[in-house]
Each structure stands twice: as C-alpha cells, then as structure tokens.
Design a protein around this ligand. Sequence first.
Ligand code: PLP
Length: 394
Amino acid sequence: MSEVKNLGFDSKCVHSGVGDYEYGPVVPPIYQTSTFKFETAQHGGALFKGEQKGYIYTRMLNPTVEAMEDAIAALENGHKGLGCGSGMAAVHTVFAALLSVGDHIVCSEAVYGPTVTLLKTVFAKFGVETTFVDASNLDAIKNAIKQNTKVVYIETPGNPTLAIADLEAAAKIAHEANAQFVVDNTFMSPALQKPLDLGADVVLHSLTKFLNGHADVVGGVIIVKDEDTYKHFRKILNQTGGVIDPFNSFLVHRGLKTLSLRMERHSVSSQKVAEWLEAHPKIEWVRYPGLKSHPQYEIAKRQHTAQGGMITFEVKGGFSAGEAVMNSVKLCQLAVSLGGVESLIQHPASMTHASMGKEIREEAGITDGLIRLSVGIENVEDIIADLEKALEEV
Ligand SMILES: *Cc1c(COP(=O)(O)O)cnc(C)c1O
C-alpha cells in the first residue's frame, strides 16, 4: 500500500504492511507453511535468480513475516525490515553483517546485558574488538573511535539507567569516521523516537517488548534504509537462520495496531508514577526522561515525542530494601522483560545485568539497589497504590 506513506503515524500503525490477498481479508492471513510450490522448473529457477518476485522457503521469506516487516519499516521511515527470532538474533545479525575480523565497534555501556556478553565473547573470539563508552557523553564516543571502527552502536535510553544519547550528534561522529551508526530503539519504539530520521543507518528492536506489547511473543526486527543494505542483511539472516515464524509475525503485526495508544498511556502513567516516586521519602532517586532531574532532560524533550514507559529508581536502604519492595508488590509482577500491557518490576543487579559483573555494572551506573519498572496500561492509581503498599514494607 504505497498510499500509507502519506498517512499520519497512528493511521500507519493500523494500515501499514497490509496488502491485497485472496478473498479480501482485512488483516494479512497466516501463511503457516514452510515452503511454496513452483509452477514449473523455470518458475522455480526465476525465483531463485531473483528475476521474479515470489516466495520460495519460509526461512528466506514468508508473506506473513514480510507484511509485519513492511509495517515496521513504514513506522520507522525505513526502506525494509527483517524479522528475527528474537531481539538478540537481530543484534547478532547486524553485527555479523557489518563486522569482520580486525574491526572495532564503539558500543554504549548501558546496553542490554546479553549484547555486552555477545560482543565480549562471540565477537571477541572472531577478532572483533569493542570499546564501551558512556554514550550520553559525545566526547567519550569521539575519543573511542579508531581507524578500524566500523560500527557505532547505541541504545537510547540506555538499559537500565535510562541515560540518553544525542542521536543526531552521535550520527555525525560515526559518519565522520565512516562507521555505520546502529541504534537499538526498543525502549522508545518508533511511536516516540525515529532514529533513521536523526541519521542512524540501521535500527533494531526486540519485538518482544513495546512493538508486540502483549508479553506473548519473542522476536526481533532490523530496519534498513536502502535496497543494497537490505539484500546484504537478508543474505546474512538467511545464512545464519535466526528468523521469526509466521504466527509470531502475525501476533506482532496485530500488536502494532495499538502501538500509538499504548505508548501514549505508558507515557502519561509513567510521568505520574515517576513524579510520585520522586516525592516519596523512602526513594533515594528516580530516573525518568520526563523528569527535570534527568541529566539529559533537554535532549529527551527534543528527541522523543513522549517519554515512554520505563522508570528506574533506587529505594533507600540498598539491596535489601529493593528486595523488600519486589517481594511486596502485587499488581506489578516480578519479571524480566518490559513493554507489555502489564506492569513488570525487576532488579538488574541480580537479574538482567548479573552477567556483566559488579565492577562494569557500577561503572555503567547500575547500582545494587536499582529497580526497573515497566509501567503497564492499568489504572495509574492502582499502580501507585501497589507501590505505596510495598514501600510501607521497607
Ligand atoms: C530485550 C531486549 C533485547 C533482546 O531482545 P530479546 O527479544 O529478548 O532477544 C535487546 N535490546 C533491548 C534494549 C532489550 O530490551
């Protein structure tokens, strides 16, 4: 649907990626098939040579998967998307596509824990060197650049510190060094931040989080800007095999339709929860991009259309106080992951970022008492009441 290009973002959420199918369904059908019949040997040959458009084998491309990919590419103002079996499969595919032995990557330090581990183990083993930097400090990015830097990789807001990098300025630094600028946009979603418009070359997401939004799918996606990059990435994804399946793609596509509505509610409620927490005597500090106390508040205002659903805070009394809160909440569920309709609460030091090691964790601002809250779409009064009761137990 080429006319989707001219629609507003909310309309794109509803209509993008929906093509014309037999019998005229309003949503793309689930093509739950591993393979596709050729009409003739010549037809099969033409498909393999790319002379004719069509589907061959679901690892290579599937119509239900492609519909979801097209929808997200439209939301990010990109050229094409590539659906992956998880967010980590997307991260891995991007690194495999852009890095070779002897290359160097600059990576923001407050990134998803397994991304750090992937670079420090698998890619280090293949001769790729990484420098981790505080990406909210532009000089730190600039100083980390080397002659062999091929990729600057940033997650913003960072996980779980919510440190914010200035994407436009970081893109300039990367491009001056002839490096590709890659952004993990999982925390904001294209509803609130569009990195490609700000100079990123490649954007990726864990679909598991806000894009699907319902905590029932694990998936990832990569969005690229041009056909050559798309073809290169598709080849790598096909060879490494970390693709998403048709049914999960269907669920993600369904989730996208309410993305704008959900992000709006996540943002409005999070602002209220963050302000309430900040005023609470048992709270040491709160990080939320919508609070004036956030160190990059001004960048957040410019770079995001709203401030999203993620809050981090520290309860006075450190590790044990944090533990007490987590063991006392009832509505907020104690679980990793984020971006779903239900509020989730977790403790990075013992969970998602445990593999980083205490020293690197603390350098990255992830203290032992830090709690990460993914604010759901429940009534905000209920979320606050739940936290209030839990804080009484501290
Ligand atoms: C969850 C997450 C990932 C990894 O995604 P999976 O779907 O769990 O593999 C990557 N980046 C960020 C920012 C995430 O939150």
